[in-house]
Design a protein around this ligand. Structure first.
Ligand code: UDP
Ligand code: MG
Length: 309
């Protein structure tokens, strides 16, 4: 018998934990046919509600349900890493607790694994039910990433993915602290089949992401998988040097031809403010990378467990 590990990151999802279990179990017949055993790993990411208790209740009924409880909220990235770390399955799948990643796609995903793919990833074709501003910036982010990063990242990609043990081990090799899983999946490579589905709205509770958090997350993604902003700063520096040389030549010639009437103070002020702005901006870019490096060299653990059931 092969084993399928299902990783479910949960942050304040008490209502969804039992619901997810019921929905997932609808695949039981299909998994039995394929002779695949399964386990569910709920990763309680420092929830303030009864998420852990709900998972324990399920564990008492069914010993295929496990729980990892964090000492505080470490974020979904850490929850996914912990799940992958503790999973034992020959196949591993990551799914949201809110059923926005429909378990009914599993049979189709397994078909592709049988055809020899190492991973089957999912993406939403529509962003129905999402605020238009959020969709717009999400699209922009993926278009930008396509240009500035060598790592493949699909627009609308979810973290919902079925993987073989080999790929999971490759992902676990990446022990970085600033995790951006969407990029990590692409970075490790392997043969991936993309399947598409219509966006599903979450069953209960509310989303943990607001616009600001997503913006910060996207900046994490950029610094983690591209150094293009650093080159951009350098290029900007060169451009301003060229501009300065042209200006110097222009002013020298003008002074030689027309003498030196004291003028140009307003333009001087504009130029100084513009250039100091650009300098601070570039310094900020360098600072971002430095900050990430600083966090990385501290070698802090990605997650801390309080309880394991
Ligand atoms: N989640 C988590 N830790 C967090 C935030 C979210 O484990 O700090 C989990 C959450 O419980 C859910 C999944 O990540 O299972 C996706 O979160 P959410 O549904 O809020 O995001 P959305 O689907 O709106 O992008
Ligand atoms: Mg969701």
């Amino acid at each position: 018998m092969k084993l399928l590990s299902v990783i479910v990151p949960c942050f304040n999802e008490e209502e969804n934990v039992p619901y997810f279990y019921e929905e997932f179990k609808k695949n039981e017949g299909f998994l039995q046919e394929k002779e695949i055993d399964w386990e569910i790993l709920y990763v309680d990411d420092g929830s303030k509600d009864n998420t852990a208790q709900e998972a324990k209740k399920l564990h008492n009924q069914d010993d295929r349900v496990h729980l990892l409880s964090f000492s505080r909220n470490f974020g979904k990235e850490a929850a996914m890493y912990a799940g992958l770390h503790k999973s034992k399955g020959d196949y591993v799948v990551i799914m949201d607790a809110d059923l926005q990643d429909p378990p009914s796609l599993l049979p189709e995903m397994f078909q592709y694994i049988e055809q020899g793919y190492d991973s089957v990833a999912t993406r939403r074709v529509s962003r129905k039910g999402e605020p238009p501003v959020r969709s717009f910036f999400a699209r922009m982010f993926y278009r930008l990433m396509k240009r500035i990063s060598k790592t493949e990242m699909m627009d609308g990609a979810r973290d919902y993915r079925l993987m073989t043990r080999q790929m999971v081990n490759a992902i676990l090799e990446m022990k970085e602290y600033n995790r951006f899983t969407k990029g990590i999946f692409g970075w490790v490579g392997f043969r991936t089949k993309w399947i598409e589905f219509e966006n599903v709205e979450r069953i209960k509770g509310e989303t943990k992401w607001n616009f600001w958090k997503l913006l910060v997350y996207s900046l994490d993604g950029i610094t983690a998988f591209s150094t293009a902003p650093l080159s951009f700063a350098a290029v900007l520096g060169v451009l301003f040097c060229i501009l300065a040389i042209i200006l110097i030549i222009f002013i020298v010639i003008r002074t030689l031809l027309f003498g030196d009437p004291v003028s140009g103070w307003p333009s001087m002020v504009c130029i100084i403010s513009m250039i100091s702005g650009v300098q601070l901006f570039c310094l900020g870019i360098v600072g971002q990378y430095l900050a990430k490096t600083y966090m990385e060299v501290k070698r802090r653990p990605i997650y801390l467990l309080k309880e394991e059931v």
